[in-house]
Design a protein around this ligand. Structure first.
Ligand code: 5GP
Length: 113
């Protein structure tokens, strides 16, 4: 199996701006930011989509949200930010290695497009 783009970033084969790293996940700055803060929280485990999660992933998924909290707080946007997971091509997912977008630093409209 070839590596996903995010596995290559995790393995430092492709450069990225790391803002967090632990045994379960990393967080990097998005290469095409949609807001002053746009960070991707990425599990080391390369699950393609959120819908591919299995019950054993429950703690990992919770951990990713806690890291999203920390990343937003560290960036100074802990009181107003958005976490997005695109699940499947029809939702806009382009990289098939689960990731959370953590976006903030500007007014965020609802509903999203
Ligand atoms: P998706 O569309 O799958 O939800 O989000 C993929 C995200 O990965 C996009 O926001 C895109 O800008 C970001 N991205 C794609 N390639 C790279 C890359 O090489 N480095 C970084 N840091 N982000 C990337």
């Amino acid at each position: 199996m070839s590596k996903t783009l995010f596995e290559k970033i995790i393995d430092r084969e492709i450069p990225a701006g790391f803002v967090h790293e632990d045994e379960l996940c990393v967080a990097i700055k998005d290469v095409n930011p949609q807001a002053p803060m746009h960070v991707l929280v990425i599990p080391r485990k390369p699950m393609p989509r959120l819908c591919d999660a299995v019950p054993e992933d429950q703690a990992l998924l919770g951990h990713l949200l806690m890291v999203a909290n920390k990343v937003a707080a560290d960036a100074g946007y802990g009181e107003a930010y958005r976490v997005v997971i695109n699940n499947g091509a029809g939702s806009g997912q382009t990289v098939f290695h689960l990731h959370l977008h953590v976006v903030g630093g500007r007014p965020l409209k609802w509903p999203p497009g």
